[in-house]
Design a protein around this ligand. Structure first.
Ligand SMILES: Nc1ncnc2c1ncn2[C@@H]1O[C@H](COP(=O)(O)OP(=O)(O)OP(=O)(O)O)[C@@H](O)[C@H]1O
Length: 304
């Protein structure tokens, strides 16, 4: 079952949150939905779930708008805000209430508690849960209807390394079952080992809709990594020869516009030693920084 966004536009007053957004999310894959804070990810997800009405365009889930789905709770599971659960409620009661509200079997509550590893704390109040436990509870809620489509807004946000490892494996297993898994994040690196496909947005507009592999290959293409104890001299020699040089850290540079052979020859001729000269392998974080540099709303990517 696919999710298709077609020509979506949404404004809040004079703020354009989403503009001309068209993409398709495929089943059997984890699709990362990434962009800086304020890029429009949550707004788009809310429109997918008919919690917000687009000013233009439509979102279709399995070919129908959300409101026209015959059994929405059995079709789409969503985690939008893990903090939204009432703190005085016990985890199990929260899920029972959700199941009842959506006309789902109460038996499924214990299954989803097992699936997310919360069975032993099922009778505890949510107010005492860590953020990681609340995220797991939110995912349990999304899975109640055993839906083929999952829409998860920042499920990795604030998790510790164990929680991140767990959620990565879990998302991959959901996709391996053939489900359509859309996961948002404002940190692309967070999804490097999780997503198969990425939809990148900035200022509400589509920047990329591509496989992770293609994106990494494209950004790595022709770029050379140089490690040298004489960084300033190396930058001088290579820029004088017409290359574009970026400083990565104290002793590392990346070079565009010149192949590795010529970089080595130029540095040797100038007497600049280098301890490493290799074909660059870009990280998703790096790709994302380049792609969204001109699209970040709040300068350094943080909220004001
Ligand atoms: N209910 C609202 N009223 C007014 N403006 C809103 C509302 N919801 C979102 N916006 C604005 O729309 C833009 C997109 O916000 P949105 O929350 O969709 O971005 P996001 O990519 O999910 O960001 P984040 O990573 O911070 O969650 C922002 O400029 C935001 O301030």
């Amino acid at each position: 079952m696919t999710i298709e966004a077609q020509g979506l536009r949404k404004c809040y007053g004079t703020t354009v949150a989403v503009e001309d957004l068209t993409f398709t999310v495929q089943p059997g894959k984890v699709t990362g939905f990434v962009g800086p804070n304020g890029a429009g990810k949550s707004t788009t997800m809310r429109m997918m779930l008919a919690l917000d009405r687009p000013d233009a365009g439509v979102v279709l889930i399995g070919g129908r708008p959300y409101r026209a789905l015959r059994e929405p709770a059995l079709t789409v599971g969503a985690l939008l805000d893990a903090e939204a659960t009432h703190p005085g409620r016990r985890a199990e009661d929260h899920l029972r209430w959700m199941a009842q509200y959506n006309g789902l079997s109460r038996r499924r509550v214990h299954e989803v508690l097992d699936l997310v590893g919360l069975r032993s704390v099922a009778r505890q109040r949510v107010g005492g849960f860590s953020l990681g436990m609340r995220q797991r509870l939110g995912i349990a809620g999304a899975l109640l209807g055993d839906p083929p489509v999952l829409i998860l807004d920042e499920p990795v946000n604030g998790l510790d390394p164990d929680g991140i490892r767990w959620i990565r494996g879990f998302l991959r297993s959901l996709a391996a079952d053939g489900r359509t898994v859309l996961v948002s994040s404002h940190l692309m690196g967070e999804l490097q080992d999780t997503a198969d496909h990425l939809i990148v947005i900035g200022r509400g507009r589509l920047l990329a809709d591509t496989s992770v592999k293609a994106l990494l290959d494209e950004t790595s293409d022709g770029r050379v990594t140089v490690r040298t104890g004489e960084r300033a001299a190396a930058v001088q020699v290579l820029t004088d020869a017409g290359a574009t040089v970026a400083i990565v850290d104290l002793d590392t540079l990346t070079v565009d516009g010149m192949d590795a052979g010529e970089v080595g020859a130029r540095l040797t001729a100038a007497g600049v030693p280098c301890s490493e000269l290799s074909r660059h392998r870009a990280s998703l974080e790096e790709v994302y920084m380049e792609m969204t540099r001109t699209h970040t709303i709040f300068g350094d990517g943080t909220r004001p």
